[in-house]
Write a protein of this length. Structure first.
Length: 481
């Protein structure tokens, strides 16, 4: 995009008037397009002002800090409302206009915090804000403490202490964050502090990964160039040197818990969120960096975690995981699911999903993922459901004396362990259901069958039920998790 000098100076003039909550076209980092974005936060520094922006029609993982040169102020929309009043109970130290936009479809966003960011978006303030919100909905008291296993100075003595105790240190004292519902994580928090990414980079195993979203790592981890995570025990450190020191002493080469599945180089470890609390909490913290619609809670007791790994001579490298409530009143068989970004789009997401349904088959139940699903979660589940259901339908043979094969929805559910609602929504989405002469008919066209076969040929890695060594526990009978 080229601009005349006149328009350039007009833009620069109006940059000074930009406040948090304004909306204007912003040049996107990844595409150089100019979509409408909202200013979430403004930071003053020596080089001028930088702006944290959210692109209105895009996922929050694309939110970013931009300089003035990327703002087109000619089309700026100011937030409507009383200037000078804040929109939350939190004292942000600045006067933020109420975010009421003229467009009825636009969602008012949260107010913002002043810089410096390191102070504003983590540590005490985050925990306090989360707690305030969550306490309102407290259902049960939590025994577990928050996790922090980083050490500020990371002396050999610190290393020794943490490896000897192998236990939890605390972040922000003994704050316990209550669970809101039966789920590990239900997103209700829309506060500015949790809207801004706070970790710039993580290094885990041989990968450097840019986080997508906020995660409540402790204060001293925030705004470092990178944080360093042990790929086997998931403890985090401030520098590579600290991590190297840790790795020399870390006894793990695989996740804790029991290896309940192994085929080729793929294994799955089952661990109990109560027995392996530190690992489970660090896993949730890591996952939060890539999960937006979920809020992190520290009560991992009611969950089991299934960690998928890939083996090589150095050990069992984490690829992804899902968590599952020990008891779910809503038939959820997955709470949170994640493939780490370097492994994404290689079929591991569907492999994890397939594994979750294999567990449900062993339990003799149908199950469904916890709602809401993320955009990528929905894509992956839709694709899995479609393939699993088509597999069943295509392999059907007509019964004796029948011209066409017959199956009921319940039979599809039994064979796949996919919950009825999901089976119906999948068949509906695929536009397969027709009503003809008083009965429902599923008609599968040749093209659909062909394309399904091609997809299944591409899907090389599959779960092999023979390699799963697992007996479900009846948690309701145990009385205690
Ligand atoms: N863009 C377009 N399509 C995608 C993308 C993408 N970025 N990522 C995955 N897909 C599609 C794939 O094309 C594939 O469909 P297809 O086989 O029909 O082509 C399907 O989704 C699954 O792909 P996989 O390679 O098997 O899945 P992946 O390993 O990438 O993992 C997952 C999917 C787990 C959702 C991953 O994207 C992730 O971890 N995202 C961040 C966390 C998240 O959103 N988790 C789900 C939250 S919902 C819940 O927890 C219940
Ligand atoms: Zn370790």
């Amino acid at each position: 995009m080229t601009m005349s000098e006149d328009s350039n100076s007009a833009i620069l003039d109006s940059v000074a008037n930009i406040t948090e909550g304004c909306r204007l076209p912003v040049r996107m980092g990844i595409s150089s397009d100019w979509p409408l974005a909202e200013i979430i936060s403004i930071q003053e520094n020596d080089d001028g002002r930088t702006f944290y922006v959210h692109y209105i029609d895009y996922n929050k993982r694309l939110d970013e800090w931009v300089g003035e040169d990327r703002l087109d102020t000619r089309k700026i929309q100011y937030p409507r409302g009383d200037l000078g009043s804040t929109t939350t109970g939190l004292n942000t130290g600045i006067n933020t206009p109420k975010k009421l936009f003229t467009n009825p479809n636009s969602r008012p966003s949260s107010p913002v915090l002043p810089g410096p960011m390191a102070e504003a978006i983590t540590g005490q303030s985050v925990m306090a804000a989360l707690q305030q919100k969550q306490q309102k909905n407290r259902k049960r008291k939590l025994e577990s403490e928050a996790v922090c296993n980083s050490s500020t100075n990371c002396t050999p003595e610190d290393e020794r202490r943490s490896s000897v105790s192998g236990d939890l240190n605390l972040v922000d004292g003994q704050q316990a964050v209550p669970r809101q519902t039966g789920s590990l994580a239900t997103h209700t928090d829309d506060h500015a502090i949790t809207r801004i990414k706070n970790i710039r980079m993580i290094e885990i195993g041989r990968y450097r990964i840019k986080p997508w979203y906020f995660a409540p790592y402790p204060q001293e981890m925030v705004n470092l160039e990178c944080i360093y995570i042990c790929e086997f025990c998931l403890k985090f450190r401030k520098s590579r040197k600290c991590l190297e020191r840790h790795v020399q002493k870390c006894p793990f080469k695989h996740p804790p818990g029991n290896e309940i599945y192994r085929k080729g180089i793929i294994s799955v470890f089952e661990l109990d969120g109560r027995k392996n609390k530190l690992y489970a909490q660090n896993l949730c913290l890591l996952a939060k960096l890539f999960l937006d619609h979920k809020t992190l809670y520290y009560d991992t007791d009611p969950f089991l975690f299934y960690v998928m790994t890939e083996y090589d001579a150095k050990g069992y490298h984490i690829v992804g995981y899902f968590s599952k409530e020990k008891e779910s009143s809503e038939d959820y068989n997955v709470a949170c699911i994640l493939t780490l970004p370097p492994y994404q789009r290689k079929g591991f997401g569907k492999l994890l999903i397939e594994f979750s349904y294999e567990l449900s088959k062993f339990e003799g139940k149908t199950g469904s993922p916890e709602k809401p699903l993320s955009d990528l979660g929905l894509l992956s589940y839709r694709s899995y459901w479609k393939q699993a259901i088509l597999d069943v339908l295509i392999s059907l043979k007509p019964q004796e004396g029948q011209e066409k094969p017959m199956i009921t929805i319940n039979e599809i559910c039994e064979q796949t362990s996919i919950k009825k609602d999901d089976v119906i929504s999948t068949l509906t989405n695929m536009e397969l259901i027709n009503y003809y002469r008083g009965q429902y008919i599923l008609s599968l066209g040749k093209d659909l069958i062909e394309s399904h076969k091609k997809c299944m040929d591409i899907r090389k890695i599959r779960i092999d039920a023979k390699c799963l060594h697992w007996t479900p526990k009846d948690w309701a009978k145990r009385g205690k998790w």
